[in-house]
Design a protein around this ligand. Structure first.
Ligand code: SF4
Ligand code: ZN
Length: 464
């Protein structure tokens, strides 16, 4: 009889050690203390802040509020928005919200009232004083109120002050919308580094590793061959290591032909034994049109078909893959073992399906595994350089890294826009990424004065 393995739990919150001031991947810290819970938003894929994002956060908070010091450990929790929207977690609280505006092509950070105790002593600007604008004694009930005010600040997030009380708010056209007011007491926290986070989580990381290796060992013999599907991303770095520890060394990589040069170089440095090549993308474009989030013919064309052709010559196999529940709503129900729906000769097993990006990065740092440099450069996920599933914020980073590739792609997009009667303004904020754009995108167009007709062609009334 086959040994069975318990399904890992689906976690909707993050634990935090109040003594060590570190995030925990389970409920207790290596120091012995129980962590408290911080709720997460869907898809609950909490991850550490890496270099590029840290620079954005530091620069924004310094420019807007004069804040100079931030904890070494910052986390991000993706939440719903038109483009990039992340809750920033710091010192065990939801600290703020980082958003990217696809029209203005800029980031904003809105602080939460919980952030005030550890930034208030450094805040030197970005303050709106409403003491003179409110009735005496009214400062206790300002949360949610719109208060007219005079301010030289540009519209955006602000710290609100009234009679010795502080809060956060949003300034627009000389009216500040107050979130809540209080008397934040400046607080000092320990400032652990990555090493300490790993130390505090080591027992749990060991557990995760042991379970994943056991899972691979149980499942790997269900077909005559077992291999690892390596994508160049962080999740496949982890499964490649876990599979190696479980005795699986065969590994393949599919080069779609649209890989970032950074990914190609990274894969080359790892000496992955087999590279399969995707079909010609230009031929796919002529046949299927522009790929979109809701029209991902490219996955089949560039990734699945070369694997199918290869397996036809080799026969059935088990493939260890790095897919995780927390990556997307679509993957939230991913089983541990499943036939490849595109090619039934391949049995996919997912040993890290229950890991979040936080566990993945902690494991990489603990085991000192090499990782694709694109993560430190601001990408949350690594795929093709023009992937329609990419965020506009990531597309902007790509433009900076590889302007020649983006120029080439935008020539193709311009032809498509002309044919479909899509305005330049709509294309610029990523309208091409959907065949049927979601209502929130249509709403953004409307709010910005970009009219959309039912034939999916857009006329501009006025530019924002
Ligand atoms: S990474 Fe994006 S562009 Fe590349 S095959 Fe997948 S969906 Fe298509
Ligand atoms: Zn602790």
């Amino acid at each position: 009889m086959r040994e069975s393995i318990r399904e890992p739990p689906f976690r909707k919150s993050l634990f935090w050690c109040p003594d060590c001031n570190v995030p925990l991947v389970a409920s207790t810290c290596g120091c012995g203390k129980s962590g408290y819970e911080i709720p997460l938003t869907r898809p609950h894929d909490v991850r550490p802040v890496l270099e590029h994002d840290r620079n954005i956060i530091t620069e924004y908070l310094n420019t807007r509020f004069g804040i100079e010091t931030l904890p070494q450990i910052l986390l991000l929790n993706k939440s719903g928005g038109i483009d990039r929207t992340d809750t920033i977690i710091a010192n065990g609280v939801q600290f703020g919200r980082l958003t990217f505006d696809p029209l203005l092509r800029e980031y904003t950070i809105e602080l939460t009232p919980d952030a005030l105790p550890f930034v208030i002593s450094e805040v030197s600007k970005g303050i709106v004083d409403i003491t003179n604008e409110i009735a005496e004694g009214a400062n206790r009930h300002l949360g949610g109120k719109n208060i007219p005010c005079k301010s030289d600040l540009t519209d955006g997030p602000v710290i609100v002050h009234a009679n010795g009380r502080y809060g956060t708010g949003w300034l627009r056209n000389n009216v500040v919308k107050v979130k809540s007011m209080g008397r934040p007491r400046p607080a000092v926290f320990p400032d652990p580094d990555r090493e300490q986070v790993i130390r505090c989580n080591k027992p749990h990381l060991k557990n995760l590793e042991r379970h994943a290796i056991r899972f691979i060992k149980i499942e790997k013999n269900r077909r005559p061959e077992c291999n690892v599907a390596f994508s160049g991303g962080k999740d496949s770095v982890v499964v490649r290591e876990l599979a190696r520890k479980a005795g699986v060394t065969d590994c393949y990589y599919v080069d779609t032909g649209l890989e970032f040069p950074e990914t190609t170089e990274f894969v080359r440095s790892l000496e992955i034994p087999l590279t399969l090549r995707g079909q010609d993308f230009q031929a796919g474009l002529r046949k299927n049109g522009i790929p979109a989030k809701d029209h991902r013919w490219c996955c089949e064309w560039l990734k699945l078909e070369p694997v199918r052709q290869w397996r036809e010559t080799r026969g059935e196999c088990v493939t260890v893959q790095g897919n995780r529940w927390y990556e997307s709503f679509a993957r939230a129900g991913l089983p541990g073992v499943a036939e490849n729906p595109y090619y039934s000769g391949q049995l996919n097993i997912s040993p890290i399906r229950g890991w979040r990006a936080l566990e993945v990065f902690l494991y990489i740092w603990w085991r000192e595994l090499p990782v694709n440099p694109l993560y430190e450069q601001g990408f949350e996920r690594v795929g093709c350089w023009m992937c329609p599933a990419m965020l506009e914020s990531e597309y902007e980073i790509t433009r900076g890294l590889h302007p020649e590739k983006i120029a080439e792609w935008e020539k193709i997009l311009a032809k498509y826009a002309k044919k479909e009667h899509i305005s330049e303004a709509a294309m610029k904020c990523g309208w091409w990424r959907w065949k049927s754009p979601p209502p929130k995108m249509a709403e953004l167009m409307k709010e910005s004065g970009i009219q959309i007709n039912t034939q999916r062609s857009i006329k501009i009334k006025n530019k924002r």
